[in-house]
Design a protein. Structure first.
Lengths: 135, 135
DNA sequence: CTAGAAGTTAGAGCACGCTCGAAGTCAACC
DNA sequence: GGTTGACTTCGAGCGTGCTCTAACTTCTAG
């Protein structure tokens, strides 16, 4: 249908996404990527859309979404536009979790700063604080 | 030395820190917690300082520090105030990594928002966008 | 004193997300 | 058409961080 048929090998895909060839195949096996198009010899030929999809998957992964849930999302996507609503809900829930995570990280950052400030004061003069006292 | 000898059982420790008794013992084995004081029967009796230390460990864990590095930090702490400088450096490096992580998460959050906005527009009217086109 | 709850150790097992090896096939270039 | 390198599948293996079991001991309340 589409006139431009730019298709890339697994190695090129790996270079573009930063994911190893092994992992790309694993993602396919795991149901995150639908069966990739093949050339006459049975070698994978990824499309531009595949690149975009994997990039999106990586975003989900890096924000802590487990493979199982990514698979769920991928399965919904397979079923076409009728699943837009549930996909939207899934993403919204994920974003909510991401934001909680962000809040926690910010709090940890603040606490770390306080701890580091204490250590800076201690430097040289042998002092102790909080959980540093020995029995 | 210290007059107040408030010491708690592993179950109480678990309740206070949110870490299971199994995991508390694992942390001890792993070298994250120094050998905990025991009562006459060989049962662990955690001190208040232990609670503070475990809380701090959890902060490191939740910000993605691997057990091995936490062990390193714990080992430095064992060696007393002379190791304040290296401990400070370790914490500073960790905070730097944490902040990079925060930056990435924020970017992911933004991207997710954009994606969600697109989905909201699509809702009902069967449209497609980015990596949604089928083949 | 005794029943049952809670603690102890050593070590096995598990969930997750890759990661790799082996053995064979295909592609690309001279 | 031969050689070299990329690709294929299948399945095993691995690193991390717990998590659990078994068999046994101790503690606590009645």
């Amino acid at each position: 249908m589409t006139a431009d048929e730019e298709r890339i090998t697994v190695a090129q895909m790996s270079a573009e996404t930063g994911v190893t060839a092994h992992t790309l195949r694993y993602y396919e096996r795991a149901g995150l990527i639908r069966p990739v198009a093949r050339n006459s010899g049975g070698h994978r030929r990824y499309s531009r859309a595949d690149v975009a999809w994997v990039s999106f998957l990586l975003r989900l992964r890096e924000t802590g979404m487990p493979i199982a849930q990514m698979r769920e999302y991928a399965a919904l996507r397979e079923r076409g536009p009728i699943t837009i609503q549930p996909r939207l809900e899934l993403l919204e829930e994920h974003q909510a979790r991401l934001r909680e995570q962000l809040a926690r990280m910010r709090a940890h950052d603040k606490a770390l700063s306080a701890k580091i400030a204490l250590y800076r004061d201690d430097r040289g003069q042998a002092q102790t604080h909080d959980e540093e006292q020995d029995r």
